[in-house]
Write a protein that binds this ligand. Structure first.
Ligand SMILES: Cc1cc2nc3c(=O)[nH]c(=O)nc-3n(C[C@H](O)[C@H](O)[C@H](O)COP(=O)(O)OP(=O)(O)OC[C@H]3O[C@@H](n4cnc5c(N)ncnc54)[C@H](O)[C@@H]3O)c2cc1C
Length: 457
């Protein structure tokens, strides 16, 4: 809570809007997780980086917490500010073009919009998340992973420059060459040291089409072996995996999603790509679509989930990274203990490997292992069932605790309480640099309280 009551009349004049009506405050008190609710005193819809700078300077002088908010798809209050100011960045969404193989874009733009600007140039961001309606600033604040991460790392590894408003309201451009401490503190920095207002994204050539294959395995061991092979040799452009529970038999199937991009008239050599893989070939599925259609494949799923309502239900999600030599044991044990009710009706389990040598963002903490596995239990709770949701959150905390001594880490888009002590453990060798950057760039401790990384100033 702020040092003193916030008088909105004192806010500096800005181009955007200052809102304190009930619908605006109620919307900013929620997020996609539908678990945590913290009501701000005001919502500011920023129209420019200057707006962001003015509001943060104002808040810093008064010790008022400020939470930047992109698409609000956080699962556990990460974009909320109890009694403070939520800075809605979705109006800061211009695409500014770019030279050669780069694109400069405002941080409130959704990746869907970014792709819409790059594809006509025959270019694409190297890594996209599975869902394109997340904002640039929102995913760069956590890392941003997808099926192309085994080639190109996290989205934070594909950024060449950022424009950032620090916790004192200063507008700074940073990159690996200039203010590199700030660059390293904001990429996957959970909004602790600055609010990203603009990003320069490195692009690569886009192909026109995608062939998506879903390869099924009865045995976890065979699935893991094939996933390792294809990620190490890089034969596919995109690799992810899902573990699917058959509710009737209680058994799990393992699905490797392996996609290749290509442009006509060239075709793909399926025999060479699939010949040595040990999946149940009779069960394999393959479909072809446009490159954009593949990347935007969650759009149909979103429509269905919205219609059936579960899009608006609680989402007690857990994402952890596992080292390669522990993945088989941890996943076997976890699946054996997981029933349909632990995931919820539209719940999903994902598992895929990423080459650690492609990940270079200092604050994205991953196990020391040649391959790291993203293991995600994307649970959906029932509405009006706080005990059920609390149980799912407990399961999350137990699994995160179980993997820690094995060298596992969390990918921090989770529904699970984390204390500053937990965060210090999590950041490990990167903690000192983050703490120093926090003192330097957010000396009043006002930025992004919902992450709980630092004790309230
Ligand atoms: C359906 C769905 C699919 C997903 N798929 C993937 C996936 O494939 N890969 C993946 O890596 N993640 C995935 N995620 C997780 C997602 O990347 C994170 O939750 C992300 O932070 C959400 O972006 P957002 O724009 O909604 O951010 P918000 O929820 O608005 O904010 C997230 C955090 O970042 C801070 N923040 C927001 N904007 C800024 C900014 N400009 N500067 C500094 N801090 C900021 C907020 O205060 C908050 O702490 C998915 C989430 C959902 C709901």
């Amino acid at each position: 809570m702020p040092d003193s009551p916030l008088d909105l009349a004192d806010l500096p004049a800005i181009e955007g809007d200052v809102l304190d009506d009930e619908p605006a405050l109620a919307a900013a008190a929620r997020d996609w997780g539908h678990i945590v609710q913290a009501r701000p005193r005001a919502v500011v819809r920023a129209a420019s980086a200057a707006d962001v700078a003015a509001v943060v300077e104002f808040a810093a002088a008064r010790g008022v917490p400020v939470a930047p908010r992109g698409a609000g798809h956080s699962p556990f209050g990460q974009c909320q500010a109890d009694g403070g100011i939520v800075l809605d960045l979705t109006g800061l969404a211009r695409v500014h073009g770019g030279e050669g193989d780069t694109l400069v874009v405002d941080a409130g733009a959704r990746w869907q919009r970014v792709l819409g600007a790059t594809l006509p140039r025959g270019l694409t961001p190297p890594v996209l998340t599975d869902y394109l309606e997340l904002t640039v600033g929102g995913t760069l604040s956590v890392g941003g992973l997808g099926g192309a991460s085994h080639h190109h790392g996290a989205q934070t590894d594909t950024i060449t420059e950022l424009e950032v408003v620090t916790g004192t309201g200063e507008l700074v451009r940073c990159s690996a060459e200039h203010h590199s401490d700030l660059f390293d503190a904001v990429r996957a920095g959970l909004g602790q040291c600055g609010i990203i207002t603009r990003a320069t994204v490195r692009l690569r050539p886009a192909r026109q089409r995608a062939r998506r294959r879903q390869l099924y395995y009865d045995s976890l061991g065979t699935f893991l072996a094939d996933a390792r092979t294809v990620v190490k040799d890089g034969r596919f452009d995109y690799v992810e995996g899902q573990l699917i529970l058959d509710d009737d038999s209680g058994t799990w199937r393992h699905m490797l999603e392996a996609t290749s991009y290509f442009s006509l008239p060239h075709d793909l050599d399926e025999a060479a790509l699939l010949g040595d893989l040990a999946d149940d070939r009779d069960a394999a599925e393959s479909e072809e679509m446009t490159y954009h259609g593949f990347l935007d494949r969650m759009a149909d799923g979103e429509t269905v989930l919205r219609e059936e309502g579960s899009w608006f239900h609680p989402h007690p999600w857990l994402n952890v990274f596992l080292p390669d030599d522990e993945v088989a044991d941890v996943v076997t044990e976890t699946l054996a203990a997981t029933e349909g009710a632990d995931l919820g009706d539209s719940g999903l389990v994902m598992l895929y490997p990423i080459r650690a040598d492609r990940l270079s963002t200092p604050l994205l903490r991953v196990p020391s292992s040649e391959l790291v596995w993203l293991f995600a239990l994307l649970r959906t709770g029932r509405p009006y069932d706080p005990e059920g949701v609390a149980r799912m959150i407990r399961l999350n905390a137990e699994l995160a605790e179980r993997v820690r001594p094995l060298g596992g880490t969390v990918y921090p888009v989770n529904s699970m309480p984390m204390t500053p002590h937990d965060w210090k453990d999590h950041f490990g060798g990167a903690w000192d640099a983050l703490e120093t950057a926090k003192r330097t760039y957010d000396p009043h401790g006002v930025l992004t309280p919902g992450q709980g990384v630092f004790a309230p100033g």
